[in-house]
Structures are given as C-alpha cells and as structure tokens.
Write a protein that binds this ligand. Structure first.
Ligand code: HEC
Length: 107
C-alpha cells in the first residue's frame, strides 16, 4: 500500500474560516487586537513591528512560523505558548487548520 498522503489545505475554505474565526482580531494589512499576518508562514515569530507581543510569544521569537508549529499554535495557543495573549481557544479540526494555513501561505 502506498503511504498515506498528507491532505493539502484548501486556501478558499481557509479564507472563509479566517473570516469567521480570526478576522475579528487579524488582517493582513494592519494590526488590530492581533498583529497583522502578512507573509506570516516562513516569517519570524512575534516580529511584526509596532505590535506589543506577550512575553510568552516573545519567548518563541527565535523560531520561524512553519506549517508544523502553526498547526500546533492554532490547535491550542495556550499549550503552544502558555500565558500568551491570543484570547482564542484553538481550532480542533485538523483539516480546518490545514485550510487556514493554506490561506495564510497565500497572503
Ligand atoms: C481575540 C483575538 C484573536 C483571535 C480571534 C485570533 N487571534 Fe491570533 N493573535 C491575537 C493576539 C493578541 C496575538 C499576539 C499574541 C501574543 O503576543 O501572545 C495573536 C497572534 C497570532 C499569531 C502570531 C503572529 C506573529 O507575529 O508571530 C498568529 C499566526 C495568529 N495569531 C493567527 C491566528 C489565526 C489563524 C486565528 C484564527 C484561527 C487567530 N489568530 C485568532 C489575537 C487573536
């Protein structure tokens, strides 16, 4: 049997999820309650100029956002960076997270 393929995210679905779940705090053009998320995939963690990050997320600032650690962050922000200031429980469904990450990659 061939190895199980990782299901690719669907950016179109991710855009809808983003509007429903994230857009209240985030855009790709300006800071809101959360930092602007332009080019966030592959970008440095907690490094957007002019945004005041929590010490918890700044503690991860030596790393870059990859699809892998974004998946962990979006699954449970509180577990990924305990004490962070993103007031968001997380996205339980792995396919939804993959769709969100595909959308973030496109922005
Ligand atoms: C209630 C407001 C709120 C919601 C909803 C929210 N966020 Fe956030 N987000 C924040 C805040 C505030 C931070 C900064 C956290 C910190 O400094 O601890 C953040 C940080 C982030 C970061 C890290 C940015 C960086 O510069 O390193 C990513 C990525 C992110 N959010 C993605 C998302 C996604 C995707 C969603 C929707 C699934 C979402 N957020 C929902 C407020 C929110």
């Amino acid at each position: 049997m061939p190895p199980k393929k990782k299901v690719a995210g669907d950016a179109g679905k991710g855009e809808k999820l983003f509007k429903n779940l994230c857009a209240v705090c985030h855009s790709h053009t300006a800071h809101g309650t959360g930092p602007n998320l332009s080019s966030i995939v592959g970008g440095a963690v907690a490094a957007k100029e002019g945004f005041s990050y929590s010490a918890a997320l700044l503690g991860k600032a030596t790393t870059k956002w990859t699809e892998g650690n974004l998946d962990k962050w979006l699954k449970s922000p509180a577990d990924y960076a305990p004490g962070n200031s993103m007031a968001f429980a997380g996205v339980a469904n792995g396919k939804d997270r993959a769709d969100l990450i595909a959308y973030l990659k496109s922005k």
